[in-house]
Design a protein around this ligand. Sequence first.
Ligand code: PMP
Length: 457
Amino acid sequence: MSSESTYTTAQLQALDTAHYLHPFTDHKDLGERGTRIIERAEGVYLWDSEGRQILDAMAGLWCVNIGYGRRELAEAAFKQMIELPYYNSFFQCANPPAVKLAAAIAELAPPHMNHVFFTGSGSEANDTVLRMVRRYWDLKGKPGKKTIIGRINGYHGSTVAAASLGGMAPMHAQGDLPIPGIVHIAQPYWFEEGGDMTPDEFGIWAARQLEEKIRELGEDKVAAFIAEPIQGAGGVIVPPATYWPEIKRILSEHDILLVVDEVICGFGRTGEWFGSQYFDLQPDLMPIAKGMTSGYLPMGGVIVGDRVARTLIDEGGEFFHGYTYSGHPVAAAVALENLRILRDEKIVDYVKNEAAPYLQKKIAELADHRLVGEVRGVGLLGAIELVKNKATRERFAEKGSTGSLCRDICVSNGLVMRAVGDTMIMSPPLVISIAEIDELVAKIRLCLDLTAEQLGV
Ligand code: PMP
């Protein structure tokens, strides 16, 4: 029992099992294993209710970009709660933090993107995307352009529209998804699906799936293409170098909107403010969340390019869409303070010039490990593919079991990494120091050794 808590770990676990339905969780399994209660955090470290220190190589859920324990954000929230804890942005109203935040985000976004619609999460941002895209084409007098093309194994959230835009088969299987008007093409995942092609050949092949889908559906039916710059939840899938240039070529030949989901890549993750800047993309819409507040409060949004914004504003009249918490003043005040810290402490530059080159160099050295088939990454995103045979990319027998084993070994050794199938992924806080990167990589190597030992290889 910790000093602040009146509950023991066992009591919290019992209450959890009795009452708490968790996201993406098999509750029977959780009940048997027991929930890990995370009690506090500082910098890149978490402490659980048993006092164990854990290096958080996932920045929570890809979101705690400035690291844990920044009092300035707590103070910004406190001050704003006293001043104005809530007011809506409907009915001709706004609040100062929301207005300032919209302007601050427009300043950071690519030059042709100057407006922001606020939401409570990344999923709501993608629901907004669906509605905005269809509204745009209606206003352009092309109501037939409704279909949005997403990608298999893409992730855009868990509401009905967001889960439909994503291409996660297990999600689609629960609840008759996707909803009509959303289709999916292949992902640019060379390691898993590239076969005998070189990564560059495969990148072109995967991009051309978009061209084929547009041809199949007819351009007059296609509203938009949505993609993450780098698939996050799908397994930190960095597309081959040929992929985005070919997608850009295809889009330049068709009148289709580009939606780049920046929920993970936004706010410094790649060493640029947005993944779109890293890959030189010109999106029409960019859903954002996570790093926007560093996860200290829930908030998301859609950054809207001039083409769509001008149409909605000049030709649209009222757009019947919005949320009670759109532009929430406390979340906006926290986001503003988070952006100030990212900017004043030059954290995005630190990622680009120091942390990312160092992390990528150090994890690349793990490629010599007998379990590792590939190491890849961009910025402070990384992935390690676990295989039985390095040359053929063959996996161990039961798909996903090696990843789960390795993940459990990581946690037992004070490290949070996530497993997606047999891919180990990381996305540490952007403020991770060079010494902490050394500690992270040493822990990963130890856990790979322990995993190999357990597998008997
Ligand atoms: N888009 C992407 C790319 C994401 O990774 C996520 C969340 N992991 C979402 C959207 C959904 O965000 P939220 O969980 O805040 O609804």
